[in-house]
Design a protein around this ligand. Structure first.
Ligand code: SF4
Length: 346
């Protein structure tokens, strides 16, 4: 199990639930717009938000953001270590440093200040901005990223600081996956998972889900971000979707459906989609199956709490594989909803 860190009230690692992060796309100098975006992220289910802090001009608004944000705020620091110190002073709940572009000067001060204020630090290595020496020695590889992260761990360890989280992001899924696997076996710090420059839409989801899903299934990863070239609220929805699909968040009604085949007598897709829509706000762990034939559907859906096996004449409702009764097509959705309501409220 990884070490646990605490970011404001959020626990990361050490068996805590995997948390979902995102990053604002507004100008940090614009506190109002940034806070409005953070509110939307919080409503969508985000656990932790990162904000770029790239200029001293943004410090006043950064402080206001930290004071009023409903989510813990991570200050993202590139190039200027003085901004890390300032961010800690101004109320950052966590700092993200990129070892490839934040040099060692001031790191002792950063470590001491972060320790005094109980602020954890993420060592955020990125293949696109590797330390030039490491890149010359190992190329643009997972090995170079892992060395970069471990070197930084050593640096902070020298200053007595170990309240760390690590990420090793790459755009190449294989390099990214290998780096996290190696890092996981090399240290016990909590890992923040992400594939960077993943693009948007299905391209982004395919890359992010394959890498993050593979790692999470192996028990690797304590917090995630699905980096997306889009509205960051979509990152949160995608992150929650991944965690729910993997059974790492059991706070929803999981609607499963068979793929249909030559035995299908009735198109189950409209009922499947209508049911998903009807239960999307319910925060209760249940499994409901929509199956395309009575012959195989009841048996294949027996792991579900409830289900319906649809045929040409109507549907057969079932619970854990046992038949409950027959319903007409138009009554399938209300009948399933009644079963769900009964399961939730008794
Ligand atoms: S449940 Fe029936 S319709 Fe659906 S895939 Fe299986 S055999 Fe085909």
């Amino acid at each position: 199990m990884t070490k646990q860190i605490k970011v404001k009230d959020l626990l990361i690692g050490g068996g805590a639930p995997v948390s979902v992060q995102s990053m604002t796309t507004t100008k940090t100098t614009d506190a109002k717009a940034t806070l409005a975006q953070i509110e939307r992220l919080a409503e969508a289910g985000c656990d932790l938000v990162r904000v770029a802090l790239n200029t001293p001009l943004a410090l006043d608004s950064f402080q206001e953001i930290c004071e009023r944000s409903p989510l813990p705020v991570v200050a993202d620091i590139h190039y200027d270590p003085r901004l890390a110190l300032a961010a800690i002073d101004r109320g950052a709940d966590k700092i993200r440093l990129n070892p490839g572009n934040v040099k060692d000067s001031l790191k002792e001060e950063i470590a001491l200040s972060a320790k005094a204020k109980g602020v954890p630090i993420r060592i955020g290595v990125n293949l696109g901005s590797l330390d030039p020496q490491l890149e010359a020695q190992y190329g643009r590889t997972s090995t170079a990223m892992v060395y970069s992260a471990l070197q930084e761990v050593k640096t902070f360890d020298r200053y007595g600081f170990g309240d760390l989280c690590i990420s090793v992001k790459a755009s190449d899924p294989k390099i990214c996956y290998d780096a996290y696997k190696t890092l996981h076996s090399a240290c016990a710090f909590p890992l923040h998972l992400g594939v960077t420059e993943a693009g948007a839409g299905e391209d982004c989801l395919a890359k992010s889900y394959s890498v993050l899903g593979g790692l999470l299934l192996e028990g690797i990863g304590d917090t995630i971000r699905i980096s997306m070239t889009d509205d960051p609220v979509k990152e949160v929805a995608a992150g929650l979707n991944l965690l729910r699909s993997l059974g790492l968040r059991r706070d929803y009604v999981n609607v499963v459906a068979c793929p249909m085949c030559g035995r299908t007598e009735y198109d189950i897709r409209p009922i499947y989609l209508a049911l998903k829509e009807a239960v999307k706000e319910i925060r209760h762990p249940l499994n409901v199956a929509v199956m395309g034939c009575p012959l195989n559907g009841i048996g294949e859906g027996k792991d579900a709490d409830f289900g319906v096996a649809l045929g040409a004449k109507g549907g057969i409702l079932f619970a854990h594989g046992k038949q409950l009764g027959e319903v007409a097509h138009q009554d399938v959705l209300p009948s399933l909803m009644a079963l769900i309501e009964e399961a939730i409220h008794g």
